[in-house]
Design a binder for this molecule. Structure first.
Ligand code: PAF
Length: 276
C-alpha cells in the first residue's frame, strides 16, 4: 500500500492504474468505511482512499479543529483491508491558494442539513470535484448515512457529465441500531446509551407511513418533541422524497425519513428509506 501526500506523486502513481475505484473519507476510519472499501475492491484493479479533513465544509462554529485525525491507525486499517493507494494530502496541497472557484449545489444546499450548516454542501461538492480531478476514478463510493450528500454528489456527476459511476452503500449500524459515525466518539457513555433513540424514532415513523399515515408534519413534530424530551436538541426530522428531498406529493411512493439532532457535543444524523 502506498501512502501519498502530494497531487504530483498521486498522478504519477495512478498513471499506471487507469482503472481505479475511489473512496473519499475524512479519516478516523471505522467499520462503515471498511464496508465502502469492501464494496470498492472487487470493482477495480486499484482501490484509492483519500483522507482529508476538508475545512471548506465546516462552519465557523463547527468541529473542524477537534475532528479526530488518526492517520497512522487509519493506514493500518486500510492496509488490512487491502487498499492499494492512500492519498493523505495536507491543506496546502488541496488549497494552495484561496478557493475562489466553488461549486454551488443550488437545488439542495439550502434545505435540511444545508439550512442548518450554511455552505456545507458547497464545501463538499467543491472538494469532491477536486479529488475526482486528482484521482480520475471510474467509480466512487459513498455511504447513505449522509443521504443529502449522496444526492448532491450524484446530481453533480450527472449535471457536469463526469465519467464517474457513483455507488451508494447502505448504512452500517452498531448492534443497538446507532449508525456508525466518527462523531459518535464525542458521546459520553450515558449519551452513547441514549443515542440509538434517533434511529428507533425514525423506524417508528417509517412504520406509521407503512401503516397508511400521510399527514407527515404531526409525526415529524412528535419525533422532535420526543428527542427534546430526552435531552436532544433536534435540528430537523423530515419525511421527504428520495429523488430530490422535497416534501412528498400525493402519489409519491419512494420516501425517506431524515433526522439530525445534537446530543451533548455530538451532532448525529440518520435516515431510513420507506418504499410505500
Ligand atoms: O463524507 C465525508 O466524509 C466527506 O463529506 C467527504 C465526502 C470525504 C468530503 O470531504
Amino acid at each position: 500500500m502506498d501512502v501519498i501526500h502530494s497531487v504530483a506523486a498521486l498522478r504519477l502513481r495512478l498513471q499506471s492504474e487507469p482503472n481505479n475505484v475511489f473512496v473519499p473519507t475524512m479519516g478516523n476510519l471505522h467499520a462503515a468505511h471498511i464496508q465502502l472499501i469492501n464494496i470498492a475492491k472487487p470493482r477495480a484493479a486499484c482501490t484509492v482512499v483519500s483522507i482529508f479533513v476538508n475545512r471548506l465544509q465546516f462552519g465557523p462554529q463547527e468541529d473542524f479543529e477537534r475532528y479526530p485525525r488518526t492517520l497512522e491507525a487509519d493506514c493500518a486499517k486500510l492496509r488490512d483491508a487491502g487498499v492499494d493507494v492512500v492519498f493523505a494530502p495536507d491543506e496546502r496541497e488541496i488549497y494552495p491558494e484561496p478557493q475562489t472557484y466553488v461549486l454551488e449545489p443550488s437545488d439542495l444546499q439550502h434545505i435540511l442539513d444545508g439550512a442548518v450548516r450554511p455552505g456545507h454542501f458547497r464545501g463538499v461538492a467543491t472538494v469532491v470535484l477536486k479529488l475526482f480531478n486528482m484521482v480520475s476514478p471510474h467509480s466512487a463510493i459513498f455511504g447513505k448515512k449522509d443521504y443529502q450528500q449522496c444526492l448532491v454528489l450524484t446530481n453533480m456527476v450527472r449535471q457536469l457529465a463526469l465519467p464517474i459511476e457513483i455507488i451508494l452503500a447502505e448504512i452500517v449500524r452498531a448492534e443497538d441500531g446507532l449508525a456508525l459515525s466518527s462523531r459518535n466518539a464525542y458521546l459520553s457513555p450515558a449519551e452513547r446509551r441514549e443515542a440509538p433513540r434517533l434511529f428507533q424514532l425514525l423506524c417508528r415513523t417509517r412504520e406509521k407511513i407503512a401503516a397508511g399515515v400521510r399527514d407527515y408534519q404531526p409525526i415529524e413534530l412528535d419525533v422532535m418533541a420526543a428527542l427534546a424530551h430526552h435531552g436532544w436538541k433536534p435540528d430537523y426530522v423530515a419525511v421527504r422524497r428520495q429523488s430530490d428531498l422535497q416534501v412528498p406529493q400525493a402519489g409519491d411512493l419512494k420516501l425517506v425519513v431524515l433526522g439530525a439532532a445534537r446530543l451533548g457535543r455530538a451532532r448525529l444524523i440518520d435516515n431510513v428509506e420507506v418504499n410505500i
